[in-house]
Design a protein around this ligand. Structure first.
Ligand SMILES: C[C@](O)(CO)[C@H](O)COP(=O)(O)OP(=O)(O)OC[C@H]1O[C@@H](n2ccc(N)nc2=O)[C@H](O)[C@@H]1O
Ligand SMILES: Nc1ncnc2c1ncn2[C@@H]1O[C@H](COP(=O)(O)OP(=O)(O)OP(=O)(O)O)[C@@H](O)[C@H]1O
Length: 269
């Protein structure tokens, strides 16, 4: 069975408190974008995991796809499978690509073996694999709180906007980013912030990770400025970086170019 795990962007991201378990509480709007990996799972004589596309750092044994399989296998005595991941979404980018692979592994296994797990059950497995993973089970725009794994639906229509995501080839690990932050409550509730018009977001909707990371990586504010100069209604870093996105009403300008070593994705929301 084949599926296409997609990335997400964060529309606003406030790190509100450090938790006793070492994680942080946050407030953010998670929004799916159609930049995708490809993931195929078939039954096989023995468990196998293969990868093509972008090289994924670390031991393949620790890949989130295998972790997701093993987590379900503990409870459901699953037969062996061959998992193939074609990696496209950049890592260390704040796009949630690895988390999406993990959640899609759970979703595919649920269908392939007719486990009949409901979305809430899948979310409970997903949050054991990473904070961002649970979002990709339902994969719809939400306001996220707590570790980023508790959701409220949000009505947010960005139809007609083009999203340009720029990955400047700087790998920022999530732990490094959280380590550089001083938590504080946002001045206004996330729900109210995203309900405002997109062109107002520039003045009100922030990603808290920009403050510590922009001075450290000066290319990042330059990318953001370039997106605004090209006419973006809103531009921001996503998650813990380093990818920066711009939202353009209608089409993005064709002459918007970045250095060759950057990776750029463009798509309708
Ligand atoms: C920045 C975001 O992308 C926003 O959506 C996420 O919060 C990141 O979530 P993630 O990549 O799934 O992170 P995890 O794999 O769960 O955690 C990696 C590390 O990030 C830090 N971490 C992560 C999530 C969170 N709410 N608080 C944290 O402090 C912890 O140091 C943790 O050890
Ligand atoms: N299927 C996978 N795809 C990408 N990275 C994975 C995967 N499985 C495990 N990883 C590990 O996770 C790391 C990427 O995590 P990191 O938090 O830096 O990335 P991110 O893109 O910001 O967000 P996310 O972890 O939500 O994908 C990789 O460097 C890799 O070691």
């Amino acid at each position: 069975m084949l599926d296409f795990p997609n990335a997400k962007i964060n529309l606003g991201l406030y790190v509100t408190a450090k938790r006793p378990d070492g994680f942080h509480n946050l407030a953010s709007c998670f929004f799916p974008v159609k930049w995708c990996d490809a993931l195929e799972i078939v039954t096989a004589p023995e468990l196998a995991f293969t990868m093509t596309g972008l090289p994924v750092p670390g031991d393949p044994e620790t890949n989130l796809c295998l972790k997701a399989f093993k987590l379900l296998q503990k409870d459901y005595n699953l037969p062996p499978v061959h998992i193939h991941l074609h990696k496209v979404i950049p890592m260390g980018a704040g796009l949630g690509g690895g988390s999406s692979d993990a959640a899609f592994t759970l979703r595919i296994l649920n269908k392939l073996f007719e486990l009949n797990l409901k979305a809430l059950d899948l979310e409970n497995y997903a949050r054991q694999l990473g904070s961002d993973c649970a979002f990709f089970v339902q994969n719809k725009p939400v306001i996220a709180s707590e570790r980023g794994d508790v959701f409220r639906p949000v009505l947010l229509d960005l139809t007609g906007y083009t999203c340009v995501v720029v990955y400047p080839n700087i790998h920022i690990t999530t732990a490094e980013a959280y380590g550089s932050i001083t938590p504080k409550e946002p001045s206004c509730a996330m729900d109210l912030l995203v309900k405002q018009d997109v062109h107002v977001w520039k003045n009100v909707l922030k990603n808290d990770f920009e403050k510590p990371l922009f001075p450290k990586y000066p290319e990042l504010p330059q990318v953001k400025e370039k997106l605004y100069a090209a006419g973006a209604s809103y531009a921001s870093m996503t998650g813990s970086g380093s990818a920066i996105y711009g939202l353009f009403k209608g089409e993005a300008p064709a002459d918007l170019v970045f250095p060759h070593h950057y990776v750029v994705w463009k798509g309708l929301l």
